[in-house]
Design a protein around this ligand. Sequence first.
Ligand code: GLN
Length: 307
Amino acid sequence: MEMEAILAEVAAAVEPHRGAGKVASYIPALAEVDPRKFGIAIVDGQGRYHCAGDCDESFSIQSISKVFTFALALERVGPVLWKRVGREPSGSPFNSIVQLERENGIPRNPLINPGAMVVTDQLIGDRGADAFVEELLALLREEAEDDSVFIDDRVAQSESETGARNRSLAWFMKAFGRLDNDVETVLSAYFRHCALAMSCRQLARAALFLAFDGRDPVTGRRVVASRRCRRVNAMMMLCGHYDNSGEFAFRIGLPGKSGVGGGILAIAPGKGSIAVWSPGLNAAGTSQVGAMALEKLVERTGWSAFV
Ligand code: GLN
């Protein structure tokens, strides 16, 4: 069946559910988004786009940015990264603090908030937060083949103003000596990368290298080494949805990453990259309608990480 027809089926299947779930309100700027929005984009190995709904509207990618920072850190920082962050599923919400106390300030994995802060701290190194944020933005623009990808400073500011919880996590790790940079330096970079604004089309395109063993199949550019790409996908499969990761793997069977802006990135190895967006979240912060759409998509395409 043609992808366009499959996407029409997916859109029809979610139509009665549009608006379901709860829009994140702990970051006030995110609460302003229309809960009925729904978009999906798929990019395949030939660079062909298949899109439906609000696929060209920018949304806040939030924690999906952790996939890109993690991939960059694997490439740049190398194995010493694993002295600061683990690689086990957390079984806890993204902003949980209890595990940090039990495990000497070492976050369970790079895809929960404290894990991503450690990754960000390592990527900042001694060059300052701005240089790191600029580099990340440049990478995403290049891989999305679109210079209109931007950082929404209003969202970053809004999260910073209400960021007591993330500040606690960062200070807690600082107390264990797990962050090299100042807490506010790390947080300023973290809030900004979470505030990256991208459309489904841009996001799916930017992550295409993850579906093709670390190499952009359209430009031929190697973004990360093949073995590192596999590790990013492994972490997405195990930890991409926090304490909802098992459910996502069970229902969808693809490496994925959610963000509280309502986006989900899913990787179909060897097939393509998928971005879906619908702002209403389930209790774990994964887009409710987005997950539903992906479930329908894999049912119709037969895509799975396990075939
Ligand atoms: N910026 C958000 C936070 O730190 C990201 C959380 C998410 O998308 N799951 O709370």
